[in-house]
Ligand binder design. Structure first.
Ligand code: TRP
Length: 348
């Protein structure tokens, strides 16, 4: 797999004297809302798993961000732990990386306040995600939703990381994070490392099965829209069977045939075969044969994740232990950054 940075150079692992150089640090955040689907897995989580050896990784379940949309408290609590189980089931390794829950570290909202006082209304008002989300939730346009990017900036800046893997929709928030970090460093003294977005080359923009023109999403309502990582084999097969395609029967990679292209892309990633051999494999065969093969590879790929998730889910002590260790490993860094920001700005 290749990783592209928007700028900057990849660090060499060993320096001239043969000493190991420390790895670059990465912060990833994911909200505990909705079930994790194949789009989340192939587009993001799988890449996070693969980059664990390359970077020093911090993974954070951002439950404080989740409450910018009204949540049922008991459900939120459960989903937060479920997501932690799911990340570990997908291959986030507690030995290699730190995994923790945002609300366990009070320095996040505390630093967000300091940042708030250094972000201009004009800049914050330009955030397109706020506009989208407030359109979708016209009855709950709360201040936290507006302020969301300041908390996100705090998440990142507390840990002095080099990179933040993000999709297109979060790039604007990273720009804001960079701006406030640079302004703070300039006005008050060096405090924050200015992070860069990490654009992962994966090509995995998985679309909805029922609507191949829109990205697979947690919030879409169609019954056959998304394949969830916890779907049973029967459900997976039935969703794939019903996936939207077209009346042309040739199985080839053709972007203008969005439904088929999406299914073929999923097959390509999971089967690890190249496009030429996939087209040869299904040459002269129809959708039925292809969809069966696709179901099989999706079911086989998700099986170990589902099994591992169910094991973790039934062992809450273990997942809590992982989260506690994650917390202990990240907290000192957050505390040091927060204290420095506090001191620089004159808060006693
Ligand atoms: N806003 C991100 C999203 O919706 C989630 C997030 C919160 C995040 N804090 C973060 C992502 C810090 C990266 C870094 O996808």
């Amino acid at each position: 797999m290749k990783f592209y940075f928007s700028s900057g150079k990849r660090s060499k692992k060993i320096n001239k004297k043969g000493r190991k150089l420390s790895k670059k640090a990465v912060f990833s955040g994911i909200q505990p809302t909705g079930n994790i689907h194949l789009g989340n897995y192939l587009g993001a989580i799988r890449n996070w798993v693969n980059m664990q050896d390359l970077y020093e990784n911090i993974f954070c379940v951002v439950n404080s961000h989740a409450i910018t949309i009204r949540q049922n408290p008991a459900e939120l609590r459960e989903k937060t732990l479920d997501l932690a189980c799911m990340l570990v089931a997908c291959g986030i390794s507690p030995e290699k990386s730190s995994l923790f829950i945002q609300s366990e570290v009070d320095f996040h909202p505390a630093l967000a306040w300091i940042l708030d006082c250094n972000i201009f209304m004009g800049d914050m008002s330009r955030m397109t995600q706020f506009k989208d989300k407030s359109q979708k939730n016209p009855k709950n346009i709360n201040v936290g939703l507006f302020n969301y990017p300041a908390l996100m900036a705090a998440d990142i800046l507390l840990y002095q990381v080099d990179f933040v893997p993000v999709g297109e929709d979060q790039k604007q928030h990273i720009e804001l994070t960079r701006d406030v970090a640079m302004r703070f460093n300039r006005d008050f003294g060096e405090c924050f490392k200015v992070p860069e977005p990490l654009i992962l080359e994966s090509g995995a923009r998985i679309m909805g099965l029922d609507d191949p023109n829109s990205k697979m999403s947690k919030s879409a309502t169609g019954k056959n829209h998304a394949i969830f990582l916890l779907d049973s084999p029967d459900i997976i097969a039935s969703k794939i069977k019903k996936a939207t395609t077209d009346s042309n029967s040739e199985i080839v990679f053709d972007k203008s045939r969005a439904g088929l292209y999406n299914l073929l892309s999923i097959y390509e990633i999971l089967s690890k075969k190249d496009r030429g051999s996939i087209e040869a494999e299904f040459n002269g065969k129809g959708y039925g044969v292809f969809k069966n093969a696709l179901s099989e590879v999706v079911i086989e790929s998700l099986k170990p994740i589902r099994e591992s998730y169910l094991r973790l889910k039934s062992n809450e002590d273990y997942i809590r232990k992982i989260l506690n260790e994650g917390l202990e490993s990240v907290k000192p860094k957050a505390e040091a950054t927060y204290n420095r920001a506090k001191e620089l700005i004159g808060l006693v």
